[in-house]
Design a protein around this ligand. Structure first.
Ligand SMILES: O=P(O)(O)O[C@@H]1C[C@H](O)[C@@H](CO)O1
Length: 295
């Protein structure tokens, strides 16, 4: 079993170090998926840190994940943006892949926005569509690979957290509204994201299985971050950029590759950025600066 040695002090040490290096006290955290690192570009008054300079932080090894933490202001809200996330297939434990989420909680963040690149199973979805995540299936979790395995840290949350409403409904409706107002509603979908372990893409038999199980989009990340965020009481919103259709037919000669995934990220970067910027601008924040109950 992958374990899992982090303790509360390790998160606190990293949070304290960051708060000693920046004046920003973020209310919103954004995790950028493959090829979506430009989400940090809209932040004003930036302070940025290479992951390699942050005590306790894991390192990004995947192309399209720059490995930088960017603090800044966006439309009156203080934000922190991860340009690069950590994946289980890189060799990190699941708890390590979610390390920043608890650090953000200790810094006072109350809302987490997760983004990813994903392949579509749903028949009506096209590459370039943007899927609001309504729910997820945690395939690694179904066989016991869950970031919450091991001793529970009650300071963060309960032993048995509910996951039936982890993607905030109010924020999902708000993004639908925004999409209509900025004229991109035609690109928007809503659906179920499934996490698989990767790093290989799916076989055709696996793709057919996922399709039958009701998966709309599949990827290799996000779910552990959402579980840890929900466990510690963060409000969560998630977007999948559909970068490819998952091949479901033996007759189909298409095949997916990471460069193609990054290319669709570049093509849709502006629209994703617009949606996330407007969401942050319009979302309500409790302004509970550093009044979290996890410290
Ligand atoms: O970090 P995300 O989930 O956006 O990355 C996806 C899944 C793999 O890491 C990679 C495959 O192209 O993109």
């Amino acid at each position: 079993m992958l374990r899992l040695t982090d303790n509360h002090d390790e998160y606190q040490t990293t949070a304290d170090w960051l708060m000693s290096q920046t004046k920003h006290r973020p209310q919103v955290a954004i995790i950028c998926g493959s090829g979506l690192g430009m989400l940090a570009d809209s932040l004003k008054c930036q302070n940025s840190f290479a992951y390699s300079d942050i005590p306790g932080f894991p390192q990004s090894t995947v192309q399209g994940h720059a490995g930088r933490l960017v603090f800044g202001d966006l439309k009156g809200k203080s934000c922190v943006c991860m340009q690069g996330r950590f994946h289980m297939y890189e060799g990190h434990s699941l708890l390590k892949t979610t390390f920043p989420v608890r650090v953000f909680k200790l810094m006072g963040v109350e809302t987490l926005i997760v983004t990813n690149a994903a392949g579509s199973l749903a028949d009506g979805f096209q590459p370039g569509d943007i899927m609001i995540i309504k729910d997820h299936i945690n395939f690694p979790g179904l066989v016991g690979l869950n970031p919450l395995c091991g001793p529970n840290d009650e300071k963060f949350g309960p032993r048995f957290p509910a996951m039936s409403d982890c993607y905030d409904k109010g924020l999902r409706c708000l993004v639908m509204e925004i999409a209509k107002q900025i004229g991109v509603a035609g690109l928007l979908q809503e659906g179920v994201y499934a996490m698989v372990g990767g790093p290989n893409f799916e076989t055709i038999a696996e793709a057919r299985l996922l399709h039958r199980l009701g998966v709309d989009a599949v990827g290799m990340s996000t779910v552990p971050e959402v579980i840890v965020a929900t466990h510690c009481g963060l409000r969560v919103f998630g977007l999948s950029l559909i970068t490819n259709k998952v091949v479901k037919s033996y007759e189909d000669s298409d095949s997916v590759n990471h460069d193609g995934v990054l290319e669709v990220g570049r093509l849709r970067s502006q629209t994703v950025q617009q949606l996330v910027t407007e969401l942050i601008s319009r979302m309500e924040i409790n302004n509970n600066e550093n009044s979290n109950n996890a410290s």
